[in-house]
Design a protein around this ligand. Sequence first.
Ligand SMILES: Nc1ncnc2c1ncn2[C@@H]1O[C@H](COP(=O)(O)OP(=O)(O)OP(=O)(O)O)[C@@H](O)[C@H]1O
Ligand SMILES: [Mg+2]
Length: 298
Amino acid sequence: MNLMSAPIVVVDLQQRLRAAGYVADEGLATALACAVTLERAVLLEGDAGVGKTDAARALARVFDARLLRLQCYEGLDLAAAAYDWNYGKQLLAIRAAEANRAATPDLYGDDFLIRRPLLEALGATRDRGVVLLIDEIDRADDEFEAFLLEFLSDFALSIPERGTLSAVHRPLVVLTSNRTRDLHDALKRRCFYHWIDHPSVAREIEILRLHLPALEPRLAGDVARAAAALRSGSLRKPPGIAESLDWAQTAGLLGARHLDADTFVRSLGAVLKYPEDIAWARGAAAEILAAAADDGLA
Ligand SMILES: Nc1ncnc2c1ncn2[C@@H]1O[C@H](COP(=O)(O)OP(=O)(O)OP(=O)(O)O)[C@@H](O)[C@H]1O
Ligand SMILES: [Mg+2]
């Protein structure tokens, strides 16, 4: 499937994402299908480890698109996000021209332009689309968010030495945020919005079995139910899917075929990352293990 083959049917996309290793529920698949079909950016918010970044990776696989990732951080500026000039190369070119008494080459030509993800994303073609992942936008400053407003409206970048460069085909933009701060309404207005929740037990089992095909089915069920029980407790950092995957793998490595009390205690460091959370889980071990073993839950 190509990014240009819109409209995209939701169940179709869901199946293709699954074949690409990503289990999306109907809500997420709908948001992604709308974003692709209407050529709008999509903003995925959710707790750490719920699959925000991987959703963009999976989309790129489904559409055989180039994945360009811009990791945001405080102080991110245009030189790191959009483009920069290779000053060292420019200087060498000037010196070489002087030494050879030749004309100085065009110092603002393609040879000296460093393309960062936003500029690179404007190069999407009909044959090969681009998924532009702007990851953890909540870590960037207000100024960068304001700049993005312009970028997402016009899909163009103005380079003073070169003029304005516009996309012929729009990239599919996926923004993610852990919601460490609220984003501006103006940015949200330009995006489809989807909150990715922690998975249901059934979906987490599916994810565990997809990532770890050799895992004992019973252990996958126990870990998914125990992870859900942990999330319903008052933890400082509830486990994401990444932690469940580590937990299942660790329990498997310890030789467990199901989550017994001994494995539970020995493997807690794979799933909880704060001493107070581990202490809480040890205290609540009996209830968590009872929930894990209760396959009436899924
Ligand atoms: N729906 C899913 N289907 C398959 N794998 C998933 C899914 N959700 C998460 N995962 C897996 O869980 C792990 C964490 O996912 P990811 O890194 O995308 O989370 P995130 O929300 O971006 O986390 P963070 O906020 O820490 O960056 C990855 O290994 C990913 O493959
Ligand atoms: Mg991420």
